[in-house]
Design a protein around this ligand. Structure first.
Ligand code: GDP
Length: 195
């Protein structure tokens, strides 16, 4: 999709605030600092629309971005956010779980992992959880420009093995610097939207 039009529709702290339109939704999950805002900005052709974070883990809302009056990207805050109380984290975790398991409009989830490192335990748990609920998921390995070309196969193997990916198509390498992977990620999204 060639994107010209995008609005931050709502930053929701409560399900009552979710948009009531029936546009398909694609959620993005991943730990803080993995490159979620950077991926979002590349997908929507903006330099700094989704704010790249200097303070990891501060965002405590589900952010709905309306794209081309056709769909939403949902920025789901990074797991492993340290700065909030346990109680707040639990309450927020419940909101995310409820959104991911009950939202009718949700067509799929993009889980971001840092392409420079092995997936963390949190990355693995998140992926297992998404599979358990049968939520169609594309794994995107970010910051791939920082990985030597000769090490790319190792990255693919490590991520595939750690997450036990059912198919090689479930993983896409991505760089916000070179934009490598952008078209493939859009293809996956459009397929999930039934286009
Ligand atoms: P978020 O917390 O997941 O939204 O992560 P951000 O998008 O804010 O990115 C965190 C940091 O990683 C920032 O300093 C970005 O500039 C950097 N970053 C994100 N994506 C890439 C990438 O593909 N390549 C490189 N080299 N740096 C990246």
């Amino acid at each position: 999709m060639e994107v010209h039009n995008v609005d931050l529709t709502i930053s929701a702290v409560d399900p009552k605030q979710y948009p009531s339109t029936n546009y398909p939704e694609i959620a993005l999950v991943g730990r803080s600092n993995v490159g979620k805002s950077s991926l979002t900005n590349v997908l929507i052709n903006r330099r700094n629309f989704a704010h790249t974070s200097s303070q990891p883990g501060k965002t405590q809302t589900l952010n709905f971005y309306e794209v081309e009056h056709q769909m939403y990207f949902i920025d789901v805050p990074g797991y492993g956010y340290a700065k909030v109380s346990k109680k707040e984290r639990e309450r927020f975790g419940q909101m995310i779980e409820e959104y991911l398991t009950t939202r009718q409009q949700l067509r799929g989830v993009i889980e971001l992992v840092d392409g420079r490192h092995k997936p963390s335990d949190d990355d693995i748990s998140m992926y297992q959880w998404l599979r358990y609920y049968n939520i169609p998921t594309l794994v995107v390995a970010t910051k791939i420009d920082k990985v030597k070309p000769s090490a790319l196969n190792r990255t693919i193997n490590e991520v595939s093995r750690a997450l036990e990916l059912p198919s090689p198509d479930d993983l896409q390498l991505f760089s916000a610097v070179s934009k490598q992977g952008k078209d493939k990620i859009w293809q996956w999204i459009e397929q999930r939207m039934g286009k």
